[in-house]
Design a protein around this ligand. Structure first.
Ligand code: FAD
Length: 497
């Protein structure tokens, strides 16, 4: 079977340059890769918080962490703090890494539930090293927690996505990726196979290819406009359809975590970078006006705005298929989930890694396409359920959007999970889905779902043994955190200014 030799990437946002860098690194000069982008159109220009798999992506590209943090003005992210989500005035953190640890065969949650019922434990986060370090404003590389079976800190980054794309462009160009600037005016398809053969730019130049990656953002130039692949709209479960975004000056010490603050008709993000803080208000236009949403954001900023607020409109959902013919959609062209759990950049990474491992021959074996579609659909749908959980499990009675979300019918896949947890405290990760049991646990408990039972295995310890198991964990964690450098000291160690 003949190999594909020419790949065209349409779009030079985060999706385009992540794809170019990884394919360049993976296939080297055996592939001729051209990326087309339009300076006139520009990129979406937000997207600053990530999740831990980004470390694997950067490592695969051979990126040095200190250089990366300097170049992208990045900071460390140990988790996301949710304020006012389950109930007004409440807060919890979805921190990365373990919470407590197994004792015998029983997951930690059951010891925690038993101890909580007996008045021996208070907050789940007391047993999360990530949360404790986050609130202490500390970070350092830590392979293991001394005297426990616990792994050290798991983390991700906040960074300036525009600078990240620029940084990746240098890497991609180092592997021979060519950049073609200009606005695409038309897309030509083969009459017989329906495959895209070339794109023609406003200046009349044509770029031909065998495999096309659609990284054109919300425009979905190839997968949507040219190939006509439909879009599943998830607004009935995730009502937000707009966001105001505005950067501010930094105030105080950089928090090593993202903040998500629920308001009446949406929620606000705060993402600290080295040189500024990213802020935005994601909201539902069915429950508030654009003007009010803008005022809510401006009234809840910590520092002075350094630009005018910008409005971004979106429809939450995904493409029916991600790979159609010889077009693979990556990034916003393939779907959008609001940045509540910082999953968009991860979904780009996941798609381009899957494409690398399922890379087609010139004959475009349907089996590869079907497998990529199956895997991406499962991944998107799993993330969708996780995000719906945040909206659905609430006891807020102060605003109509929260009541509507509480009363809505959620996908069966999510309902089954919630019912099982409420009944037994048990959570299972499905297949290869992105979020592990510990992530679901923190959000379920944080949103106020209280299990009726815990596993019998947790009764194997006497109450005194349980008390000392938990007290010991707390002591070890507190000691470990106190020995870590502050977040600022860590960043200064990378040469950040
Ligand atoms: P874009 O950035 O829109 O890039 C599209 C590219 O296509 C551009 O280069 C453009 O020039 C090119 N293009 C389009 N049309 C043409 C044409 N006709 N001719 C030539 N070129 C063309 N993700 C996270 O992981 N974490 C977050 O915290 C986060 N926050 C977000 C907040 C909001 C409000 C939004 C909307 C998104 C957020 N995201 C976040 C998502 C993240 O921004 C995107 O996933 C990421 O930027 C990828 O965008 P993209 O490259 O697909 O599209």
């Amino acid at each position: 079977m003949q190999r594909i030799s020419k790949v065209v990437i349409v779009g030079g946002g985060t999706a385009g340059w992540m794809s170019a860098a990884l394919l360049g690194r993976t296939f080297g000069r055996t592939l001729d890769i051209t990326l087309v982008e339009s300076d006139e159109i520009g990129t979406v220009g937000v997207g600053e918080a990530t999740i831990p798999p980004i470390l694997v992506f950067n490592q695969a590209l051979g990126i040095d962490e200190a250089e990366f943090l300097r170049e992208t003005r990045g900071t460390i992210k140990l988790g996301i703090e949710f304020q006012n989500w389950g109930a007004l005035g409440h807060r919890y953190m979805h921190a990365f890494g373990d919470v407590g640890h197994y004792h015998g065969l029983s997951p930690f949650v059951h010891y925690f539930l038993r101890a909580k019922a007996a008045g021996l434990a208070d907050r789940l986060g007391d047993y999360s090293l990530g949360e404790r370090a986050a609130y202490a404003g500390r970070f350092g590389h830590l392979p293991r927690v001394p005297n426990t079976p616990l792994a050290g800190l798991n983390y991700a980054y906040h960074f300036d996505a525009g600078l990240y794309a620029r940084y990746l462009r240098r890497i991609a160009e180092g592997y021979g990726v060519k950049r073609h600037e200009g606005r695409i005016r038309s897309v030509e398809r083969d009459g017989e196979s329906g495959h895209v053969r070339s794109v023609t730019l406003a200046d009349g130049s044509r770029v031909e290819g065998e495999l096309f990656l659609d990284c054109s953002g919300f425009r979905a130039l190839l997968i949507g406009e040219a190939m006509g692949v439909g879009y599943q709209d998830w607004t009935r479960w995730l009502p937000a359809d707009r966001a105001w975004a505005v950067p501010t000056e930094n105030v105080g010490e950089p928090r090593p975590y993202t903040q998500s603050i629920a308001h009446e008709a949406g929620w606000q993000w705060r993402i600290p970078l080295q040189h500024r803080t990213g802020n935005g208000h994601v909201f539902s236009s069915a429950f508030t006006s654009e003007e009010i949403a803008r005022d809510v954001l401006l009234a809840n900023l910590e520092g002075k705005p350094i630009a005018e607020p910008r409005l971004i409109k979106f429809t939450t959902g995904r493409r029916e298929t991600f790979w159609e013919g010889n077009v693979v959609a990556i990034g916003l062209s393939s779907g959008f989930l609001e940045p509540l759990e910082s999953t968009s950049i991860h979904l780009i990474q996941s798609a381009v890694v899957k494409l690398s491992t399922l890379f087609p021959d010139a004959g475009f074996e349907p089996a590869y396409r079907d497998e990529l579609n199956r895997q991406m659909i499962a991944e998107f749908d799993g993330v969708r359920d996780f995000i719906i959980l945040h909206y659905h499990a609430n006891s807020r009675t102060d605003a109509p959007m929260w009541t509507a979300c509480r009363e809505m019918t959620v996908p069966d896949s999510l309902k089954e999970r919630i019912d099982l947890f409420r009944d037994t405290g048990r959570i299972f990760r499905h297949g290869q889905e992105l979020f592990h049991e510990v992530g679901w646990l923190q959000v379920m408990l944080g949103q106020g779902i209280v299990p009726e039972r815990y596993d019998h295995m947790a009764d194997a310890l006497s109450e005194a043994e349980l008390d000392s198991f938990l007290a010991n964990l707390k002591t070890v964690m507190a000691g470990t955190v106190s020995r870590l450098p502050t977040h600022r000291q860590f960043l200064e160690g990378t040469g950040a200014k």
